[in-house]
Ligand binder design. Structure first.
Ligand SMILES: Cc1cc2nc3c(=O)[nH]c(=O)nc-3n(C[C@H](O)[C@H](O)[C@H](O)COP(=O)(O)OP(=O)(O)OC[C@H]3O[C@@H](n4cnc5c(N)ncnc54)[C@H](O)[C@@H]3O)c2cc1C
Length: 293
């Protein structure tokens, strides 16, 4: 591990100033479960590591009066799935937080770190896209927001520019008769990287038999996590039944660009997209029906 300076920033302004001054020689540290491994293995280099865990704004979970939610970027996974209100309003996010590593990792690993590491296989990102989350970004010019589906640009790359970092992830209020689900396939029972993953959001009509709106997002089947927009929009007005969810799963295959690697072949990943999409949609719809009984 090469030497680097370490600063624990205590405010957003201090972190922005340090990042702007040191440019691409500075790296952010939240839980450290990705960045410390990458620095040690020489996959990343830094002269300065800015720890953002001491900035109070980044550790806040805040609800707005209308039921919107803001999760500070450094909030660890364990807080997300242990929080009953988050798990009830945005269950796909809790699903993903619960399976990121084991509990030791979950006690450190942050939602913001998972997003900013920008792995194509990151488990939280499809869940965030499905739940229509937005990134709140701080930088030298103040703050800006961007939808999570536009955040990642390539494996390990995202839209953050010099001096910018992720402040929080923001969610619109959960709609009535809506829910979400994240599922992934891994060859072992736990502690592995997704061969493919799917986050789905479903909103049903009052009779709970028709889809009003849906969102499907996929991991590990393209250079970035993907929003399957056409398949999502196609579902609006369709019966909330297995046949519709299976058909949406077939359509979702049209937008993916999987690779062959040691975890899975291209045909296998395509098959997983169809199966996981159907299961995530059906799982979200089941959750809505359970709320009603
Ligand atoms: C044993 C093990 C198992 C794992 N299992 C999984 C898994 O099942 N699924 C999965 O998706 N991941 C997994 N991971 C990867 C990792 O734990 C997650 O990606 C985690 O959420 C990263 O969060 P962190 O706070 O530790 O990020 P860090 O390591 O602190 O940072 C990650 C990256 O994001 C940047 N960053 C962090 N916070 C910010 C911010 N606020 N603004 C801008 N940039 C920022 C850092 O500079 C760095 O590039 C695993 C890792 C380990 C070691």
């Amino acid at each position: 591990l090469k030497d680097f300076d370490y600063v624990a920033a205590s405010s957003v302004e201090e972190a922005v100033g340090l990042l702007a001054a040191r440019g691409d020689r500075a790296r952010i540290l939240a839980g450290g479960t990705d960045i410390l491994v990458q620095l040690r293995e020489g996959l990343q280099e830094a002269d300065l590591v800015v720890d953002v865990k001491k900035i109070p704004d980044l550790l806040e979970v805040r609800w707005t009066a209308d039921g919107g939610l803001s999760i500070g970027a450094a909030v660890p996974c364990i807080r997300l799935y242990r929080d009953r209100r988050i798990a009830s309003a945005f269950p796909a996010v809790a699903d993903s937080a619960r399976i990121i590593g084991g509990w030791q990792i979950q006690s450190r690993a942050s939602l913001g770190g998972n997003l900013c590491n920008s792995s194509p296989a990151a488990d939280s990102i499809p869940a965030l896209i499905a739940c229509q989350a937005q990134c709140l970004i701080a930088g030298p010019q103040g703050t800006r927001t961007t939808p999570v589906e536009s955040f990642c640009t390539a494996p390990g790359k995202n839209v953050l520019s010099r001096g910018e970092f992720l402040l929080a992830v923001e969610f619109p209020p959960a709609r009535p008769r809506s829910s979400s689900r994240y599922v992934r396939f891994i060859p072992r029972n736990e502690m592995d990287i997704a061969v493919a993953g799917c986050g789905a959001f479903v909103e049903l009509n009052e009779r709970l038999d028709t889809v009003v709106s849906a969102r499907i997002a996929l991991a590990a089947v393209a250079p970035t996590p993907l929003f399957a927009r056409e398949a999502s929009e196609w579902l609006a007005g369709k019966p909330a039944a297995e046949e519709s969810f299976a058909a949406a799963g077939q359509q979702a295959k049209n937008v993916v660009r999987p690779i062959d690697d040691m975890r899975g072949t291209i045909p296998f990943r395509l098959q997983l997209v169809a199966v996981l999409t159907r299961r995530a949609l059906a799982g979200a719809a089941d959750r809505i029906r359970q709320q009603k009984t």
